[in-house]
Write a protein that binds this ligand. Sequence first.
Ligand code: ADP
Ligand code: ZN
Length: 629
Amino acid sequence: MKISWRTIVLWSVPILVIGFFVWQGAFATNTTAAIGNNTASARMTYGRFMEYLEAGRIKSVDFYEGGRTAIVQAVDSDLDNRVQRLRVDLPGNSSELIPQLRENNIDIEVHPVRSESAIWGVLGNLIFPVLLIGALFFLFRRSNNIPGGPGQAMSFGKSRARFQMEAKTGVKFEDVAGIDEAKEELEEVVTFLKQPEKFTAVGASIPKGVLLVGPPGTGKTLLAKAIAGEAGVPFFSISGSEFVEMFVGVGASRVRDLFKKAKENAPCLIFIDEIDAVGRQRGAGIGGGNDEREQTLNQLLTEMDGFEGNNGIIIIAATNRPDVLDTALLRPGRFDRQVTVDTPDIKGRIKVLEVHARNKKLSPEISLEAIARRTPGFSGADLANLLNEAAILTARRRKEAITMLEIDDAIDRVIAGMEGTPLVDSKSKRLIAYHEIGHAIVGTLIKEHDPVQKVTLIPRGQAQGLTWFTPDEEQGLISKSQLMARIAGILGGRAAEEEIFGYDEVTTGAGGDLQQVTSLVRQMVTRFGMSDLGPLSLESQTGEVFLGGGFMNRSEYSEEVAARIDSQVRSIIEHGHSVARQIIRDNREVIDRLVDLLIEKETIDGEEFRRIVSEYTHVPEKEQFVPQL
Ligand code: ADP
Ligand code: ZN
């Protein structure tokens, strides 16, 4: 937002008003303070005062303001001789009055001029201009801090349009890594922007809109910026959520302004982030539509239809939810090209890490491949964040270069949140230790389970203790026996609590585990056909009803089937639970030893864990899926 003069003038009005009152207040106290608490509302002329004096009806005189004003107590004969307090303005020097007052035995009191009241008076007069200047200064400062700052980025405050323009993004394709397919598809767009005549010459019409689909942090914005950067055209951006605020009509006018500015700057690229915020299916809202959103969407459609593809504007929109978009947006001539931007695989992660390692000091022993292997499911933004966290830790530890230690800590932090302080040794620490060792021992002794990476009692985020398993590289398909192993592993924590402390002592600590296991098992039954119900898909994967679409997909089955699903879920969970309990029961001796060690050391790594367990029982070899690089 840029602050215009209009805004300043608008803002000044309340400030002026407030200023005026402050000023008035200060000024008013100026006089009342001088009269002290003896405020007398009624006045009396000097002449009348003299008459009263002569008539002996004045009882006392208090002089104020160096003798220029007096408050007198006068007996009013008209009002049953009531004593009245009246204010009299005295002419210049009142010293001649004093002897006369003394003659008549009148009480005299002189109140000094209060010097601080004079100061207040001056301050009062100053406060208002100072306030005004301060407020204007504040507004100007704020206006300079708004997006982009002093660089090339520029924003338009005019007519409420809130979009950013970057004349040069400075981002190149080489800065975007690990999403090669998306990059390839979009390289063509660069040519559209750079040499449209190549296409128009053969009668090809240039596409107007490209929809980037993918989870947050996968580099969609970055990719759009890279297209603009490679083509050397300006980059206009706005977020869909910014359209949908404030009043009806504002969003539509922003769209108009955006396209107007874009046309003036063609060839250029318009990037609309979170387009699902405006582009949701119309009329799908339950409880009334959203007029503002619909108007904005209609305006967007109108603008997109209103220009020829050949005038050098390409619109790129990003979303994570293409399924909720209004079909009108996806028609030919609008966002008719969809490009998927997914989280990178291991090779992709290595490349993203390479990009972000460019400006960091890594110690030579660091292998980006090892980091990539440990971070399946991480998006580009997560990886960038990971290296940055590691760099911060390195600086904090006053090291020269990032080592594997910082990387490990940063990974843990990115996955599970900040470390808390460990519990002091207590019954609940002991219970948490048994719970975690329970997960770890079940995971270790079932062949199909991922191997334990470490067990720790250092709290992180919500968790009081954690057991880490070396994650599977994304092998895509997971077998039923692997899922059954996972179920037993997840239930291992609660099973250990039950075995060791008894059923009455189990805690809420397993709540998350139970939730996880229940949803996993439900999916096995209803989606993967892994139960006695047979190979049926009973639920599709669509999201909530109110997001539009997916309205009819829930519960396509009868109540009878629902009951059978529940009983299948229950029996699978019970099976996993009994497997876990059996393992805990059979290995009580080593579990006790591991718990003591864990409480002492707070962390046991996977190697050591397996070594200790193997002193007591056979530890099955695990085959780790090692991806071919
Ligand atoms: P999205 O728009 O998909 O939510 P962004 O493009 O805003 O994600 O990504 C945020 C940041 O994460 C980028 O500025 C960049 O530093 C990093 N990043 C994300 N994806 C990649 C990638 N594929 N290659 C390099 N850096 C990436
Ligand atoms: Zn647990």
